[in-house]
Design a protein around this ligand. Structure first.
Ligand code: NAG
Ligand code: NAG
Ligand code: NAG
Length: 499
């Protein structure tokens, strides 16, 4: 009798364990984050191409209107592209094929954070509308072809509309209806409705208890004339809508991911005291406040645009790390044209591993293509560059872990070197990163607010020159810093920004 009871209990336990295991496993999922394809149809990849540099030295704008200072890069563009140009079709295809061959369609969804069209130097009066539309359409169809059964969630990048970076296209009630037509296959009707009006939407995944919030951050960009030239605090009504979604998620005890193209905060590869950023200051502060107020429901923020592999930590008023942003590197190898000498990257795609129950990001694997090698062997071999938990020796992606990585960048040269190498996606011939360069990486990772960033840079530089000021050599260094700090702001013209 006792034996029978024991046997039944054991059987019961086995049944429970068998029942639990698949559920526990089902709690782990993957999604791709791919960004900044910048497909340039003018590059044939047959070695005969040239690409518009389009970098206006004065304002960093990539050839929107009259861009006399931009110039064409006349040089050989091989099959998979060139570090000086945007992507050839072969490169775009190889990135999508790589994602497919690594995971198949065994992913929860794919986040695609914009800028699918190239940045070419437009001639005066050039109407780029159809060229932009053709590029976005080609990339959309390609992704659909390789991922026919996958939920794909796109956002609008500055390069996906014409005129570039704008959110005002005349008196149309549905400014994004053409993109909505392209992306209808992926957007549920409610998402399509808000997207058509404002370029933003939310996906409420009943199964995952995770809301995906797609923002149209072009509204907040400094190059956006419609919003830069008035003091509207909530263009497109996006902030009010955003907050209503965050409140709803909090009431349901759910979590959200936020994703968009242009990120808030400071660009980490502009090595001068004069910070380079994209959001207009008032929107940068407003976004930051929103994240601080709702950090309890925000499980992750994912942006593109910078083309570099980096991250941001967001703190509360007491300096406690409470949220983070992951910036995914671009498919396009070309230097972003944000500031001279910031340099190109190897093409990249990112696979994120997460807990499907609460959205906690567990790890990510960063894949890249060695562009030099691909062109040399005539074949694209995408490889894993690193995964987060291994490279930084952290348990998962959380605000404290990222805060610790940022802090270690200043104290542990090997941590900084790892970060700096992947920040350029393992490109060959990286320039040396000195003290100012390292401070810029650190301060941009830890300060979203522009004034706080300025304080961070000045404090750090003064501290480092003070602590060293014991020998004549260090006196000399410290004097140099003071001089540099005085001179730099005049060298870099305000508004050195691009889309
Ligand atoms: C791209 O190709 C089109 C059509 O051939 C041409 O009109 C245009 O000038 C080219 N643009 C660039 C930047 O080469
Ligand atoms: C990280 O790397 C290890 C070993 O290289 C691998 O087994 C693991 O699956 C990777 N993690 C992710 C998220 O890909
Ligand atoms: C990329 O390929 C080039 C040419 O084969 C090689 O010299 C370089 O070391 C490679 N870079 C990496 C990170 O593997």
């Amino acid at each position: 009798m006792a034996l029978l009871r024991l046997a039944t209990t054991l059987l019961g336990l086995v049944v429970i364990i068998c029942h639990l295991t698949p559920t526990a496993r089902a709690g782990i999922g993957y999604f791709w984050h791919v960004t900044d394809f910048h497909y340039d149809a003018n590059l044939t990849g047959a070695g005969d191409g040239s690409c518009g540099n389009g970098l206006n030295k004065k304002n960093g704008l990539v050839g929107n209107n009259n861009n006399q200072q931009g110039h064409q890069n006349q040089h050989v563009v091989e099959r998979f592209g060139s570090y000086r140009c945007d992507s050839t079709w072969q490169l775009v295809v190889s990135a999508v094929q790589a994602m497919k061959s690594i995971t198949g369609e065994d992913i929860e969804f794919l986040l695609w954070t914009g800028d699918s069209a190239a940045r070419w130097m437009a001639a005066p009066g050039d109407d780029g509308k159809s060229r932009v539309h053709d590029a976005v359409s080609a990339v959309s169809l390609l992704i659909r072809r390789y991922f026919p059964g996958t939920a794909v969630y796109p956002v609008v990048g500055g390069a996906d509309v014409w005129p570039r970076g704008q959110t005002s296209f005349g008196n149309t009630a549905q400014p994004y209806h053409e993109l909505a037509n392209l992306w209808r296959v992926w957007l549920p009707p409610e998402a399509e409705a808000t997207f058509k009006k404002g370029g933003y939407y939310v996906i409420e995944q009943a199964r995952l208890q995770l809301h995906l919030i797609a923002l149209n951050t072009n509204y907040y960009s400094e190059v956006n004339h419609a919003t830069a030239e008035n003091d509207d605090m909530d263009p497109g009504g996006q902030f009010a809508w955003f907050e209503s979604i965050l409140l709803k998620a909090r009431r349901r005890r759910g979590t959200v991911y936020i994703f968009g193209h242009v990120p808030p905060g400071i660009y980490e590869r502009h090595y001068s005291r004069q910070a380079l950023h994209w959001f207009q200051d008032r929107f940068n502060r407003k976004y930051l406040n929103m994240v601080q107020s709702y950090s309890d429901v925000i499980a992750g923020q994912f942006f593109g645009h910078a083309h570099t592999d980096s991250f941001r930590v967001i703190y509360d008023d007491n300096g406690r790390p409470i949220s983070w942003i992951l910036l995914a590197p671009a498919v396009s190898p070309r230097e972003p044209g944000l500031a001279e000498g910031t340099g190109p990257n190897n093409p990249a795609i990112r696979l994120i591993k997460f807990n499907t129950n609460d959205g906690q990001v567990l790890d990510y694997s960063q894949y890249y293509l060695n562009l030099t090698e691909a062109n040399a062997i005539g074949r694209a071999e995408w490889r894993r560059a690193y995964n987060f938990t291994q490279l930084y020796k952290m348990p998962d992606v959380n605000p404290i872990a990222l805060h610790n990585v940022a802090a270690a960048m200043l104290t542990h040269p090997n941590v900084f070197q790892n970060y700096y190498t992947v920040n350029h996606m393992l490109r060959d011939g990286l320039p040396y990163c000195g003290s100012l360069c390292r401070q810029v990486h650190f301060c941009s990772a830890t300060q979203i607010d522009y004034a706080d960033y300025d304080d961070c840079i000045v404090t750090a530089l003064m501290a480092s020159s003070r602590s060293k000021a014991s020998s004549w050599k260090n006196h000399f260094t410290s004097t140099c810093w003071r001089l540099i700090l005085l001179v730099i702001p005049f060298q870099f013209v305000l508004g050195n920004k691009q889309l």
